[in-house]
Ligand binder design. Structure first.
Ligand code: PMP
Length: 429
């Protein structure tokens, strides 16, 4: 199978990368030999685990992320490091900025990648645009709204929660009513609610926020590249994503963009943001977005992570956003049919609201979802997951994103599920 050959290739690249690293080779010498060391002044000996070679199994990552990283991106991340302040690195960062502008469909100058996972972007967005004591409204229909509400509360904002059960969605009318009532400086919405498998409609909400002088912040960590989003056209003021989902880069970098309205607010604060690392006055300089002639040291960016992110954005640019959205929709539709043929029920009844990258299945009656997932991992080396936060115990999740978004992977997932349903039969009953 083509996919299996590709996975073998990933293993080869991983081995070659390890072989380039002399220390890994040295560590694979017999343990006894390596423990015969002369008397030492240190009182804490090297831990035995550190004298064994690194082991990381090869798995099919069909959960909500991270997704498998294709050889081309692994190879980019494995290239020799250059200095984070070298001119060549600035060029690479400039390319990343352009790649993000394409992926987000924005012309915003203030477009960067965070050194950190999706949470870094969540914190950066809130810390910079909200000041203590200001009102924010957070739409919660799964875990991600809950997280952003907690982040905003920790930095002293007055948080107003709009809550629906996982998979629920908010009408524009409901959103406007709450915004009118609380007059927030920021409204948060998750586009791809990966804990529930919902892709929330976005049209019209940016206009409502503008009308009420409120910034519109959108999380696309699980949806970017899989479902359409148009930052500029949809009047989204702040948008962020993660590297490890449909972009297929390793976890650890997170694209984020701020438009003029967001810049106005965040660069005219009374007080500095609580985080030095995530302060956009420094980050905008590091990324060459502040018009200053020189970029100065702020922190050491994850050079390998940026190489890999650049490659993943290059793949998306080559493929084209529309083709990527179409592919995710088609493979998801194929998966839905297969799941229904197995007698399973999709958690989000309205097909138009389903997130194409992460499909949620209602837990089949009489089964223990943990047992099903463990069976699949043990017997098929496939990761699928249960719910997260409020959706725990409600759903099982299958993610087929980016590189993994192929019909033959859907077939593998369906085959593994069918096998698990047969062999873990009604264990709860
Ligand atoms: N938002 C959404 C929608 C997510 O799916 C995730 C990751 N599962 C995050 C935010 C957080 O990203 P990270 O785990 O990279 O910090």
């Amino acid at each position: 199978m083509m996919q299996r050959a590709l996975f073998r290739r990933i293993a080869q690249v991983a081995q070659q990368t390890a072989a380039l690293d002399g220390s890994v080779v040295a560590r694979s010498a017999p343990l006894v030999q390596r423990q015969e060391r002369p008397m030492s002044s240190v009182t804490i000996p090297p831990p035995a685990c550190m004298l064994r070679p690194l082991e990381a199994p090869l798995r099919y990552l069909f959960g909500p992320g991270p997704s498998n990283v294709p050889p081309r991106i692994l190879a980019a991340g494995g290239r020799p490091i250059i200095g984070h302040l070298h001119p060549e690195m600035y060029e690479i960062m400039n390319d990343i900025k352009k790649g993000i502008q394409y992926a987000f469909q924005t012309e915003n100058n203030m477009t960067i990648a965070m050194s950190g996972s999706g949470h870094a972007a969540m914190e950066c967005a809130v810390f910079n645009t909200v000041e203590p004591g200001e009102n924010v409204v957070i739409a919660i229909n799964g875990i991600w709204g809950e997280r952003v509400a907690e982040i905003a509360e920790r930095m002293g904002a007055n948080v107003h929660r709009m809550v629906k059960s996982p998979g629920g969605y908010f009408s524009n009318k409901e959103i406007e009513q709450v915004i009118e009532k609380h007059k927030p400086v920021l409204f948060f919405l998750t586009h791809g609610e990966s804990s529930a498998g919902l892709c929330h409609p976005v049209d019209g909400i940016g206009d409502i926020c503008r009308k009420h002088d409120c910034l519109f912040l959108v999380d696309t960590v699980a949806s970017l590249g899989a479902a359409p989003i148009f930052m500029d056209q949809q009047n989204i003021d702040i948008l962020y994503t993660g590297s490890q989902k449909a972009l297929n880069a390793p976890p650890g970098t997170a694209p984020i963009s701020f438009n003029e309205r967001a810049c106005q607010k965040m660069f005219n604060r009374k007080n500095k943001p609580v985080s030095y690392l995530f302060d956009m006055t420094h980050l905008s300089n590091y990324w060459g977005c502040d018009e200053k002639p020189a970029r100065v040291y702020h922190h050491t960016g994850p050079v390998s992570g940026f190489f890999a992110l650049r490659e993943s954005l290059a793949i998306l640019a080559e493929r084209g956003l529309e083709a990527s959205w179409k592919k995710h929709k088609e493979v998801a539709a194929y998966l839905y049919r297969g799941l229904e043929d197995l007698g399973l029920k999709l958690f989000i009844p309205d097909r138009d609201l389903r997130l194409p990258s992460v499909t949620t299945i209602a837990i089949p009656e009489g089964y223990d979802w943990r047992e099903l997932l463990m069976y699949i991992m043990k017997n098929h080396q496939i990761e699928m997951t249960g719910g997260l936060g409020p959706s725990i115990g409600m759903v099982m999740r299958i993610g087929l994103m980016g590189y993994n978004c192929e019909k033959h992977n859907a077939d593998m997932a369906l085959h593994a599920l069918a096998d698990a349903l047969k062999n873990c039969k009604k264990s709860k009953a």
